[in-house]
Design a protein around this ligand. Structure first.
Ligand SMILES: NC(=O)c1ccc[n+]([C@@H]2O[C@H](COP(=O)([O-])OP(=O)(O)OC[C@H]3O[C@@H](n4cnc5c(N)ncnc54)[C@H](O)[C@@H]3O)[C@@H](O)[C@H]2O)c1
Length: 346
């Protein structure tokens, strides 16, 4: 039996570097990274050398043609996800794509159907599901230990400096990024919210861009959403990429019949979860690591090698995108309660 997936990395930018760094702290024994590609060939060359990757290429097509690979890890700008995932699936490769699944729900759905048709695995890296604390928190909620859920909140008060946008200019534009803080950062927290509470029934929201307009950022920098779920539970979402000081945590609160659960994700490391008034259920994600990103890679490979379901197959990743896109629509839409001038409001 094959015990390793031969994986090609496409896009040798920030997140791929982070994955390689994380590998120094926890091994991914079921994956061999055998090739990498970047349209910036110098970057691909340096990346391959530094991380001892056998082959490197200057294009995705070259990697697909030459690389002896079973699966690709796509870590490229959002607008490229739909084309590159399609191409890889049509070439017979399993696909592990970075979040978001695509820049719109229709494209994401098309990719899920294509993967099904081709009989290939298609996962999206929402790695927070592989954090042991967050995983147990969601299982506690799903198992009914919190009782009926009344309300919830997520808050992602993050900060990105101008260099972030200058280095990866695609983050600035709707066309290339599909959105700002909601689709890029806050969608991790929304993924956990949707996983815990199920299908939403109504969504509304507001967005603004206040800080980096002068350097060409047109996507939203701050966003607030309100979601009502089919269960009747209500939730608020607050996301930002301009909140100072930087390196703040990401937070969730779930309040239900039996008590309250509060979680904070310590910056890109691991979550601390507090149970108030109830006992938690301890359930580890399959192939877990103390680093969620490592668990997520191991989990995807275990899906290919052992048929252990990966926690965010494409159709699961659509859920966060669906909520994000509804907040954008609500922000643009006319279906808002207008508060006109009020003489008494001083
Ligand atoms: N899961 C996470 O925690 C996490 C964290 C950061 C970023 N991401 C996601 O990772 C993806 C990449 O983000 P990033 O911050 O690494 O971006 P980046 O701009 O740092 O890197 C993207 C790389 O892709 C390369 N590229 C562009 N077009 C290409 C093509 N056609 N073929 C091959 N390479 C190409 C660029 O040259 C660049 O090196 C995005 O989807 C982002 O949302 C996920």
């Amino acid at each position: 039996m094959v015990d390793k997936v031969n994986m090609g990395i496409v896009g040798c930018g920030m997140v791929s570097k982070n994955v390689m760094t994380a590998r120094k702290f926890a091994k991914i024994k079921n994956i061999d990274f055998v090739a990498c590609a970047d349209t910036n060939i110098e970057l691909a060359t340096r990346f391959a050398k530094k991380h001892k990757i056998k082959e490197h290429h200057g294009s995705f097509d070259a990697l697909l043609d030459k690389g002896d690979i079973d699966a690709v890890y796509l870590a490229v700008p959002h607008f490229l996800h739909v084309d590159l995932v399609s191409k890889a699936l049509k070439a017979g490769k399993h696909v592990f794509c970075e979040k978001p699944i695509a820049t719109n729900v229709e494209d994401g759905l098309m990719l899920c159907n294509l993967a099904k048709k081709e009989g290939l695995k298609f996962g999206v890296n929402y790695q927070y599901r592989y954090d042991k604390g967050l995983h147990s928190m969601v299982k506690t909620i799903q198992n009914g230990n919190l009782g009926e859920i009344y309300h919830a909140a997520v808050r992602v008060p993050w900060y990105r400096d101008p260099a972030y946008f200058e280095k990866s200019i695609w983050h600035k534009k709707w066309e290339t990024s599909g959105g700002g803080t909601l689709i890029t950062h806050t969608s991790h927290a929304i993924d956990i919210l949707a996983w815990a509470l199920g299908k939403p029934s109504t969504i509304s929201g507001e967005c603004n861009t206040k800080k980096y307009g002068d350097i060409g950022v047109e996507v939203e920098e701050n966003a607030a959403g309100v979601v009502k779920f089919d269960s009747g539970a209500i939730a608020t979402i607050l996301g930002s990429q301009v909140t100072k000081p930087s390196r703040q945590n990401c937070y969730w609160t779930f309040c239900g019949e039996r008590g309250t659960i509060k979680a904070k994700y310590l910056f890109s490391m691991y979550a601390k979860v507090k149970y108030m008034g109830l006992k938690n259920v301890k359930v580890n994600p399959p192939r877990a690591s103390f680093l969620a990103i490592i668990g997520s890679f191991r989990g995807f490979a275990a899906w290919i090698l052992e048929e252990i379901p990966y926690l965010t197959p494409g159709w699961e990743a659509l859920k966060a995108l669906c909520i994000v896109k509804a907040i954008y629509r609500s922000n643009d839409d006319v279906t808002k309660i207008k508060i006109g001038p009020l003489k008494w409001w001083h």
